[in-house]
Design a protein. Structure first.
Ligand code: NAD
Length: 326
Protein backbone atom coordinates (compact mmCIF):
# COMPACT_ATOMS: atom_id res chain seq x y z
CA UNK A 1 0.00 0.00 0.00
CA UNK A 2 1.43 3.36 -0.96
CA UNK A 3 1.83 5.80 1.90
CA UNK A 4 0.06 9.13 1.97
CA UNK A 5 2.05 12.28 2.58
CA UNK A 6 0.91 15.89 2.90
CA UNK A 7 3.54 18.32 1.62
CA UNK A 8 3.07 21.96 2.68
CA UNK A 9 4.84 24.38 0.35
CA UNK A 10 5.14 21.57 -2.18
CA UNK A 11 4.77 23.96 -5.13
CA UNK A 12 7.94 25.81 -4.06
CA UNK A 13 11.54 25.22 -5.05
CA UNK A 14 12.70 22.47 -2.67
CA UNK A 15 9.12 21.25 -2.23
CA UNK A 16 8.55 20.51 -5.94
CA UNK A 17 11.83 18.61 -6.21
CA UNK A 18 10.87 16.60 -3.13
CA UNK A 19 7.37 15.88 -4.48
CA UNK A 20 9.06 14.40 -7.54
CA UNK A 21 11.38 12.24 -5.39
CA UNK A 22 8.47 11.10 -3.22
CA UNK A 23 6.36 10.14 -6.23
CA UNK A 24 9.28 8.19 -7.67
CA UNK A 25 9.64 6.41 -4.31
CA UNK A 26 5.99 5.31 -4.47
CA UNK A 27 4.41 7.85 -2.08
CA UNK A 28 0.95 9.24 -2.65
CA UNK A 29 1.39 13.02 -2.33
CA UNK A 30 -1.03 15.88 -1.65
CA UNK A 31 0.29 19.46 -1.69
CA UNK A 32 -1.00 22.32 0.46
CA UNK A 33 0.28 25.71 -0.74
CA UNK A 34 -1.01 29.28 -0.96
CA UNK A 35 0.96 29.79 -4.21
CA UNK A 36 2.41 33.04 -2.85
CA UNK A 37 5.81 31.83 -4.12
CA UNK A 38 4.96 28.45 -5.63
CA UNK A 39 4.40 27.19 -9.15
CA UNK A 40 1.60 24.67 -9.73
CA UNK A 41 3.17 23.74 -13.08
CA UNK A 42 6.13 22.30 -11.14
CA UNK A 43 3.92 19.59 -9.63
CA UNK A 44 1.96 18.26 -12.61
CA UNK A 45 -0.68 15.66 -11.74
CA UNK A 46 -0.31 16.13 -7.98
CA UNK A 47 -3.46 17.02 -5.98
CA UNK A 48 -3.08 20.64 -4.85
CA UNK A 49 -5.06 22.27 -2.05
CA UNK A 50 -4.70 26.05 -2.15
CA UNK A 51 -4.72 27.55 1.32
CA UNK A 52 -2.74 29.43 3.94
CA UNK A 53 -1.24 27.82 6.99
CA UNK A 54 -2.23 30.80 9.14
CA UNK A 55 -5.85 29.90 8.40
CA UNK A 56 -6.42 27.42 11.23
CA UNK A 57 -9.74 26.20 9.85
CA UNK A 58 -8.36 25.64 6.34
CA UNK A 59 -5.55 23.54 7.81
CA UNK A 60 -7.92 21.52 10.00
CA UNK A 61 -10.25 20.94 7.02
CA UNK A 62 -7.40 19.32 5.09
CA UNK A 63 -6.92 16.79 7.88
CA UNK A 64 -10.68 16.25 8.28
CA UNK A 65 -11.10 15.40 4.61
CA UNK A 66 -7.90 13.38 3.99
CA UNK A 67 -5.87 10.71 5.74
CA UNK A 68 -2.11 11.08 5.96
CA UNK A 69 0.65 8.87 7.31
CA UNK A 70 3.13 11.74 7.48
CA UNK A 71 3.66 15.43 6.71
CA UNK A 72 6.59 17.28 5.14
CA UNK A 73 6.51 20.95 6.03
CA UNK A 74 8.27 23.36 3.64
CA UNK A 75 5.78 26.24 3.58
CA UNK A 76 7.08 29.48 4.97
CA UNK A 77 8.76 32.79 4.34
CA UNK A 78 12.49 32.50 3.90
CA UNK A 79 14.18 35.82 3.16
CA UNK A 80 16.44 36.57 6.10
CA UNK A 81 16.94 40.23 5.08
CA UNK A 82 13.22 40.91 4.70
CA UNK A 83 12.52 39.27 8.07
CA UNK A 84 14.48 42.01 9.85
CA UNK A 85 12.12 44.72 8.58
CA UNK A 86 8.96 42.54 8.60
CA UNK A 87 9.21 40.29 11.66
CA UNK A 88 5.42 40.19 12.07
CA UNK A 89 5.01 38.51 8.69
CA UNK A 90 7.62 35.90 9.62
CA UNK A 91 6.31 35.06 13.08
CA UNK A 92 2.73 34.87 11.81
CA UNK A 93 3.40 32.78 8.73
CA UNK A 94 6.22 30.57 9.99
CA UNK A 95 5.40 30.17 13.67
CA UNK A 96 1.60 30.51 13.86
CA UNK A 97 1.28 28.66 10.53
CA UNK A 98 3.61 25.90 11.71
CA UNK A 99 1.75 25.52 15.00
CA UNK A 100 -1.61 25.31 13.21
CA UNK A 101 -0.16 22.41 11.26
CA UNK A 102 1.16 20.67 14.39
CA UNK A 103 -2.16 21.13 16.23
CA UNK A 104 -4.11 19.57 13.35
CA UNK A 105 -1.66 16.66 13.22
CA UNK A 106 -2.02 16.04 16.95
CA UNK A 107 -5.82 16.23 16.77
CA UNK A 108 -5.95 13.72 13.93
CA UNK A 109 -3.21 11.45 15.31
CA UNK A 110 -0.73 12.02 12.46
CA UNK A 111 2.58 11.67 14.27
CA UNK A 112 5.39 11.94 11.73
CA UNK A 113 6.71 15.28 10.48
CA UNK A 114 9.73 16.35 8.44
CA UNK A 115 10.41 20.07 8.95
CA UNK A 116 12.48 22.46 6.79
CA UNK A 117 14.76 24.15 9.26
CA UNK A 118 17.79 26.18 8.29
CA UNK A 119 21.45 26.93 8.92
CA UNK A 120 20.09 30.35 9.95
CA UNK A 121 19.43 28.90 13.42
CA UNK A 122 23.19 28.97 14.10
CA UNK A 123 23.68 32.72 13.56
CA UNK A 124 27.39 33.48 13.58
CA UNK A 125 28.99 30.09 14.39
CA UNK A 126 32.09 29.73 16.54
CA UNK A 127 33.38 26.64 14.76
CA UNK A 128 33.49 25.43 11.17
CA UNK A 129 32.28 22.92 10.06
CA UNK A 130 29.10 23.40 12.07
CA UNK A 131 27.81 20.36 13.92
CA UNK A 132 24.25 20.02 15.24
CA UNK A 133 25.34 20.57 18.85
CA UNK A 134 26.60 24.10 18.06
CA UNK A 135 24.70 26.83 19.94
CA UNK A 136 21.39 27.91 18.41
CA UNK A 137 21.70 31.71 18.28
CA UNK A 138 19.81 33.08 15.27
CA UNK A 139 20.63 36.63 14.23
CA UNK A 140 17.41 37.48 12.40
CA UNK A 141 13.67 36.84 12.82
CA UNK A 142 13.71 34.24 10.02
CA UNK A 143 16.26 32.06 11.86
CA UNK A 144 14.36 32.70 15.09
CA UNK A 145 11.14 31.32 13.60
CA UNK A 146 12.96 28.14 12.58
CA UNK A 147 14.52 27.75 16.03
CA UNK A 148 11.13 28.36 17.70
CA UNK A 149 9.40 25.66 15.67
CA UNK A 150 12.24 23.21 16.33
CA UNK A 151 11.83 23.84 20.08
CA UNK A 152 8.05 23.50 19.91
CA UNK A 153 8.48 20.19 18.08
CA UNK A 154 10.63 18.80 20.90
CA UNK A 155 7.79 19.53 23.35
CA UNK A 156 5.14 18.14 20.97
CA UNK A 157 7.13 14.91 20.91
CA UNK A 158 7.38 14.87 24.71
CA UNK A 159 3.69 15.50 25.28
CA UNK A 160 1.94 13.99 22.25
CA UNK A 161 4.47 11.61 20.69
CA UNK A 162 4.70 13.69 17.49
CA UNK A 163 8.02 12.52 16.01
CA UNK A 164 9.88 14.96 13.78
CA UNK A 165 13.03 15.25 11.73
CA UNK A 166 14.18 18.88 11.50
CA UNK A 167 16.46 19.24 8.50
CA UNK A 168 18.77 22.24 8.78
CA UNK A 169 19.51 22.99 5.12
CA UNK A 170 22.48 25.09 4.14
CA UNK A 171 22.21 26.81 0.71
CA UNK A 172 19.91 24.87 -1.60
CA UNK A 173 20.97 25.25 -5.23
CA UNK A 174 20.84 23.61 -8.66
CA UNK A 175 17.89 22.15 -10.53
CA UNK A 176 16.39 18.81 -11.43
CA UNK A 177 18.81 17.16 -13.91
CA UNK A 178 15.98 16.85 -16.46
CA UNK A 179 15.56 20.68 -16.27
CA UNK A 180 11.79 20.23 -15.90
CA UNK A 181 11.82 22.10 -12.57
CA UNK A 182 14.23 24.53 -10.96
CA UNK A 183 14.58 27.67 -8.89
CA UNK A 184 12.18 30.48 -9.77
CA UNK A 185 11.75 33.04 -7.00
CA UNK A 186 10.44 36.59 -7.35
CA UNK A 187 12.33 38.46 -6.08
CA UNK A 188 15.34 36.17 -6.35
CA UNK A 189 17.82 36.55 -3.51
CA UNK A 190 19.97 33.44 -3.95
CA UNK A 191 23.45 33.79 -5.35
CA UNK A 192 23.61 31.14 -8.09
CA UNK A 193 20.40 32.12 -9.93
CA UNK A 194 21.44 35.77 -9.61
CA UNK A 195 24.83 34.98 -11.15
CA UNK A 196 23.13 33.18 -14.06
CA UNK A 197 20.70 36.07 -14.52
CA UNK A 198 23.65 38.47 -14.62
CA UNK A 199 25.08 36.44 -17.49
CA UNK A 200 21.91 36.54 -19.59
CA UNK A 201 20.88 40.11 -18.77
CA UNK A 202 24.44 41.52 -18.62
CA UNK A 203 23.31 43.54 -15.59
CA UNK A 204 26.02 43.25 -12.93
CA UNK A 205 25.26 41.55 -9.65
CA UNK A 206 26.46 43.06 -6.40
CA UNK A 207 28.90 41.07 -4.29
CA UNK A 208 28.11 42.01 -0.69
CA UNK A 209 31.49 42.67 0.90
CA UNK A 210 35.06 41.79 -0.11
CA UNK A 211 36.58 42.49 3.29
CA UNK A 212 35.59 39.33 5.17
CA UNK A 213 38.32 37.33 6.91
CA UNK A 214 38.31 34.73 4.09
CA UNK A 215 41.04 33.97 1.51
CA UNK A 216 39.53 36.25 -1.20
CA UNK A 217 37.56 38.51 1.17
CA UNK A 218 34.08 37.34 0.05
CA UNK A 219 31.66 35.30 2.16
CA UNK A 220 31.80 31.51 2.08
CA UNK A 221 28.70 29.29 1.99
CA UNK A 222 27.90 25.59 1.67
CA UNK A 223 25.84 24.83 -1.47
CA UNK A 224 23.86 21.60 -1.58
CA UNK A 225 22.01 20.30 -4.63
CA UNK A 226 18.23 20.48 -4.37
CA UNK A 227 17.89 16.91 -5.67
CA UNK A 228 20.16 15.69 -2.87
CA UNK A 229 17.95 17.60 -0.40
CA UNK A 230 14.87 15.97 -1.92
CA UNK A 231 16.41 12.52 -1.41
CA UNK A 232 17.08 13.36 2.25
CA UNK A 233 13.34 13.87 2.80
CA UNK A 234 12.57 10.39 1.54
CA UNK A 235 15.24 9.03 3.91
CA UNK A 236 13.81 11.11 6.77
CA UNK A 237 10.37 9.55 6.23
CA UNK A 238 11.98 6.07 6.29
CA UNK A 239 13.77 7.03 9.50
CA UNK A 240 10.56 8.17 11.19
CA UNK A 241 8.74 5.02 10.17
CA UNK A 242 11.51 2.68 11.32
CA UNK A 243 13.05 4.46 14.30
CA UNK A 244 10.09 6.38 15.72
CA UNK A 245 12.19 9.07 17.35
CA UNK A 246 12.88 12.74 16.68
CA UNK A 247 16.05 14.08 15.12
CA UNK A 248 17.74 17.34 14.17
CA UNK A 249 20.21 17.09 11.33
CA UNK A 250 22.30 19.35 9.05
CA UNK A 251 22.18 19.00 5.29
CA UNK A 252 25.09 20.52 3.43
CA UNK A 253 27.83 19.38 1.09
CA UNK A 254 30.51 19.89 3.76
CA UNK A 255 32.45 22.21 1.41
CA UNK A 256 32.38 25.97 1.34
CA UNK A 257 32.79 28.28 -1.66
CA UNK A 258 33.29 32.02 -1.67
CA UNK A 259 31.14 34.33 -3.77
CA UNK A 260 34.06 34.94 -6.13
CA UNK A 261 34.66 31.18 -6.46
CA UNK A 262 31.01 30.76 -7.48
CA UNK A 263 31.38 33.52 -10.07
CA UNK A 264 34.58 31.94 -11.49
CA UNK A 265 33.02 28.47 -11.63
CA UNK A 266 29.88 29.86 -13.30
CA UNK A 267 32.11 31.49 -15.92
CA UNK A 268 33.94 28.20 -16.49
CA UNK A 269 30.78 26.06 -16.71
CA UNK A 270 28.83 28.46 -18.95
CA UNK A 271 31.75 29.83 -20.95
CA UNK A 272 30.41 33.36 -20.35
CA UNK A 273 31.53 36.33 -18.30
CA UNK A 274 29.68 37.30 -15.13
CA UNK A 275 29.42 41.08 -14.70
CA UNK A 276 29.65 42.10 -11.02
CA UNK A 277 30.35 45.02 -8.73
CA UNK A 278 31.54 45.00 -5.13
CA UNK A 279 29.15 46.51 -2.57
CA UNK A 280 29.17 46.82 1.21
CA UNK A 281 28.58 43.83 3.50
CA UNK A 282 24.98 42.99 4.38
CA UNK A 283 24.17 43.39 8.04
CA UNK A 284 24.15 40.10 9.93
CA UNK A 285 25.84 38.03 7.19
CA UNK A 286 28.40 35.66 8.76
CA UNK A 287 31.76 35.26 7.00
CA UNK A 288 31.63 31.47 6.74
CA UNK A 289 28.83 28.86 7.00
CA UNK A 290 29.82 25.29 6.24
CA UNK A 291 27.99 22.21 7.49
CA UNK A 292 29.21 19.02 8.97
CA UNK A 293 26.83 16.49 7.42
CA UNK A 294 28.34 13.51 9.21
CA UNK A 295 25.22 12.97 11.29
CA UNK A 296 23.01 12.88 8.17
CA UNK A 297 25.34 10.32 6.67
CA UNK A 298 25.48 8.14 9.80
CA UNK A 299 21.87 8.35 10.94
CA UNK A 300 19.93 8.78 7.69
CA UNK A 301 22.41 7.11 5.33
CA UNK A 302 22.39 10.31 3.23
CA UNK A 303 25.22 10.97 0.79
CA UNK A 304 25.00 13.96 -1.56
CA UNK A 305 25.50 12.79 -5.15
CA UNK A 306 24.98 15.94 -7.22
CA UNK A 307 26.43 18.56 -4.89
CA UNK A 308 29.73 19.23 -6.64
CA UNK A 309 29.81 22.90 -7.60
CA UNK A 310 30.07 21.92 -11.26
CA UNK A 311 26.88 19.79 -11.14
CA UNK A 312 25.02 22.46 -9.19
CA UNK A 313 25.87 25.21 -11.67
CA UNK A 314 25.46 23.02 -14.77
CA UNK A 315 21.95 21.89 -13.76
CA UNK A 316 20.93 25.43 -12.71
CA UNK A 317 22.23 26.76 -16.04
CA UNK A 318 20.36 24.11 -18.05
CA UNK A 319 17.15 25.07 -16.23
CA UNK A 320 17.86 28.76 -16.67
CA UNK A 321 18.45 28.44 -20.42
CA UNK A 322 15.30 26.37 -20.87
CA UNK A 323 13.11 28.69 -18.84
CA UNK A 324 14.87 32.07 -18.90
CA UNK A 325 13.53 33.06 -15.50
CA UNK A 326 15.15 36.52 -15.71
N1 NAD B 1 16.21 27.56 -0.32
C1 NAD B 1 17.10 27.45 0.65
O1 NAD B 1 18.33 27.57 0.42
C2 NAD B 1 16.67 27.14 2.07
C3 NAD B 1 17.66 27.04 3.07
C4 NAD B 1 17.26 26.74 4.37
C5 NAD B 1 15.91 26.54 4.66
N2 NAD B 1 14.99 26.66 3.68
C6 NAD B 1 13.56 26.44 4.02
O2 NAD B 1 13.03 25.45 3.18
C7 NAD B 1 11.66 25.72 2.89
C8 NAD B 1 11.45 25.72 1.39
O3 NAD B 1 12.32 26.69 0.80
P1 NAD B 1 12.18 27.06 -0.76
O4 NAD B 1 13.45 27.70 -1.16
O5 NAD B 1 11.65 25.91 -1.50
O6 NAD B 1 11.06 28.19 -0.63
P2 NAD B 1 9.91 28.60 -1.67
O7 NAD B 1 9.52 29.99 -1.33
O8 NAD B 1 10.31 28.29 -3.07
O9 NAD B 1 8.72 27.60 -1.27
C9 NAD B 1 7.85 27.83 -0.19
C10 NAD B 1 6.45 27.43 -0.65
O10 NAD B 1 5.56 27.58 0.45
C11 NAD B 1 4.42 28.35 0.04
N3 NAD B 1 4.02 29.09 1.24
C12 NAD B 1 4.75 30.02 1.91
N4 NAD B 1 4.09 30.44 3.00
C13 NAD B 1 2.93 29.74 3.05
C14 NAD B 1 1.84 29.72 3.96
N5 NAD B 1 1.83 30.49 5.04
N6 NAD B 1 0.80 28.88 3.70
C15 NAD B 1 0.81 28.08 2.61
N7 NAD B 1 1.82 28.06 1.71
C16 NAD B 1 2.87 28.88 1.93
C17 NAD B 1 4.89 29.19 -1.11
O11 NAD B 1 3.86 29.55 -2.00
C18 NAD B 1 5.93 28.29 -1.78
O12 NAD B 1 5.34 27.46 -2.76
C19 NAD B 1 11.33 27.04 3.57
O13 NAD B 1 10.70 26.77 4.80
C20 NAD B 1 12.70 27.66 3.79
O14 NAD B 1 12.71 28.51 4.92
C21 NAD B 1 15.32 26.96 2.39
Amino acid sequence: MSKKVLVTGGAGYIGAHTVKALTEAGYHVTVFDDLSRGHPEHIPGIPLIIGRLEDEKAVMDVFESHEFDAVIHFAGESQAGESVSKPDKYFRRNVIGGLNLCSAMVRKGVNRLVFSSSAAVYGDPEQIPITEDAPVRPKNPYGETKAMLEKALAWYDHAYGLKSVSLRYFNAAGADPGAAIGEDHEPETHLIPLVLQAITTQKPITVFGDDYPTPDGTAIRDYVHVTDLADAHVLALDFLENQRRSLVVNLGSGRGYSVLEIIREAERVTGKQVPYVIGPRREGDPAVLVASSEKASQVLGWEPKLSSLEDIIATAWAWHLKNRVD
